[in-house]
Structures are given as C-alpha cells and as structure tokens.
Design a protein around this ligand. Structure first.
Ligand SMILES: NC(=O)CC[C@H](N)C(=O)O
Length: 344
C-alpha cells in the first residue's frame, strides 16, 4: 500500500510542469520587526528557498526550484542587472525541462523589468513577475498568495504566448502596460488598458490579449545584446529649467525621456536646449507623467517633425526609458525609433 502511494505521488511529481523561481529581492523577500509593520521594514532579506518553503501549496501546481539571482531592493536595479537577469531567463527558457519562469521582484521597478523581458526574450513560455506590497512578517501579507498565483500562472499552458505577465492581487497584467500606481495597498498594480486576466484559486481566466509586439514576435533578442546605452528621464513641471536635460546629455545619455506635463508638453524655456541637444545627436522622447496613463501623439503640443523629436505614445516615462534603451541597441535612426515606439 505504502509502495503504491509512493509510486503514485512520484508519477504525480513527474507529470507536473517545471517552474523555476528567480529571486531578485524586494518586499516579497522583506522582513519587519512587528506584524503591524506593513510599511516599515527591510526589503530583500529572505532567501528564495525560504520563500518557497513558506508556500508548501506550490508543490501542488508545479515542480518548483529557486535561484537567488540578486537580493536587492528594485530601485537599485541597473542596466547590468537587467542584462544579467535577461540572459539567465533566456538560457532557462531554452531548456526542455523548464516550462515556466517566475521572477520575484521589488515592486518599485517591477514594471520596467517586466517590459524589458517582454521586449527581449525569444520564447512563448510563461514568464511571470511577482512582488508584494507587504513583507511576509506583516498581518495580511500578500506575498504568499501572489507567489502561489504567479507559479500557478507560469505552470499553465494557457499563459503561453501572451508576453511577460505580472501576477499581483489576483490580476494578470501585461508586463508592457502595468504600472505601480500607489506605494501602499495591495491593489497597487494597474494597466491603463485593463488586466489581461484574473487568477483565482490557481486557475487563469483570460479576457484580452496584448496587441503590441513582444517576446517571439519582437525584433530584439537578449542573446545578441551585450551592453545597454544610457537613457535618462527629466521631469516636466511648473517653473522648470533645462538643467536636468543638459546634465543628462553631459553624462552621455543617448536619449532623454521628457516626462512631460499633460500631452508631453514642453515648457517654452526648455525648448531651445532640447533642440540644441537633438542637434548634437541626443534623441528627445516626449512622454507624459499624468497619473492614469499618458497618450502622447506626434506634433500635438510640439512640432516633432520639425524638431526631429520622438513621442512615447502611451508608455509612461520609465517604460519609455526601457524601450529607448533596447531600441538604441539596434538603430540610431529617428524614423526607425518612432516606428518601434508605435509597434511595441
Ligand atoms: N513593495 C516593494 O517591493 C517595495 C520595496 C523596495 N523599494 C523594492 O522595490 O524592492
């Protein structure tokens, strides 16, 4: 009887999908002093094996193993971190014994990493990013369920081919669209165009598909990228000066994302400096920092054709930085760059 049940559970183990959890830090690996510390705690403390051991239910949806890629707060992610993580994901998705990838990540720049991977990983296997808004030591910690949902989503064949996903607060959002909208509350991640689906009790429910190019249909490939250029972001506001734009260019920025007011509008005193920088070869990319998601069109507010500037369309400034960084590895031509901003 014992032998039979062992064989049954072994074959059940073998039949399950294989999911690798790449841990990078963040609040999902955070720890605070008291259960009441939902906002005051240290991120990036708990190692991946302990995270996995904390959710025994993961074993019911997948054969899970973990790798500690970094142990950092995500605001400290650099282009080098993106390259290292991207290359590891790319190597893993090529393995026949890997069915899906989960990446645990701090929430501050999770949307940037998700979009980066969405652009450069050539695979239709599910890649799901997950974080939490409260550390595991807090009351009503959200990390356990988020991690369970992320693993279940990554284990499911129906999650294939939908681009890189973000599993937070029972929603499955596109890594392209999703953004952290508030720095407390568990429902912090929203897409301006809505989630792709929901995950409830370990099952995915899909409602829509991404229209923009991603992963297998992307022209970018992490395996062919060895370094990423510097792209900076400068913030538009009342009483603004051109100081930040000039400083970024002086540091060697190949493009500057204008995190503009409204429709990516540019204050009159800043326009001459941006025209001058474009003359020196720096790309000027107008985006919007409006809260619910911008929508910047060419030649609205500013004559982009005349100045040879670009628009980021609906990408927020931090996502525009990611796309510009990746696109500049392939071209420096402004028409090509604008095409890329429409297509991705
Ligand atoms: N909720 C979080 O994950 C934020 C913690 C930290 N600032 C980070 O992004 O890693």
């Amino acid at each position: 009887m014992l032998v039979v049940s062992c064989i049954t559970s072994l074959s059940a183990f073998a039949a399950q999908p294989n999911v690798v959890i790449l841990a990078t830090g963040g609040t999902i690996a955070g720890a605070g002093a008291e259960a009441t510390n939902s906002a005051t705690y240290q991120a990036a403390k708990v190692p991946v094996d302990k995270l996995i051991a904390g959710v025994p239910e993961l074993a019911k949806v997948a054969n899970v193993r973990g790798e500690q890629v970094f142990q950092i707060a995500s605001e400290s992610f650099t282009n080098e971190h993106l390259l290292t993580l991207g290359k590891r994901v790319s190597a893993l998705v090529k393995q026949s014994d890997v069915d899906g990838i989960v990446i645990t990540h701090g929430t501050d720049t999770l949307e940037e990493t998700a979009y980066f991977l969405n652009l450069v990983i050539k695979s239709d296997k599910p890649i799901v990013l997950v974080g939490s808004m409260r550390p595991g030591t807090a009351m009503s910690a959200d990390g356990m369920l988020n991690l369970y949902n992320a693993v279940a989503a990554a284990a499911a064949t129906d999650a294939r081919g939908k681009g890189v996903l973000v599993a937070m607060n029972d929603e499955l959002n596109s890594g392209r669209d999703v953004s952290k909208m508030i720095n407390i509350q568990t429902g912090a991640f929203k897409s301006p165009w809505g989630p792709l689906g929901m995950i409830v009790e370990g099952k995915n429910y899909w409602f829509r598909l991404p229209a923009k190019r991603h992963t297998v249909n992307s022209e970018f490939d992490i395996d062919k990228i060895s370094s990423l250029p510097l792209v900076g972001v400068a913030y538009g506001h009342g009483n603004v000066a051109d100081t930040a734009y000039k400083a970024l260019a002086a540091k060697g920025a190949k493009a500057i994302i204008h995190a503009g007011t409204g429709n990516g509008s540019v204050a009159a005193p800043v326009v001459p400096a941006l025209r001058e920088l474009r003359g020196q070869g720096v790309h000027i990319i107008r985006s919007s920092h409006v809260n619910a998601g911008g929508f910047v069109l060419r030649n609205a507010e500013q004559p982009d054709d005349k100045y040879d500037w670009l628009v980021a369309h609906d990408l927020n400034p931090q996502k525009a930085r990611i796309l510009a960084t990746v696109a500049l590895t392939a071209t420096n031509d402004s028409k090509e760059l604008q095409r890329i901003f429409w297509e991705y």
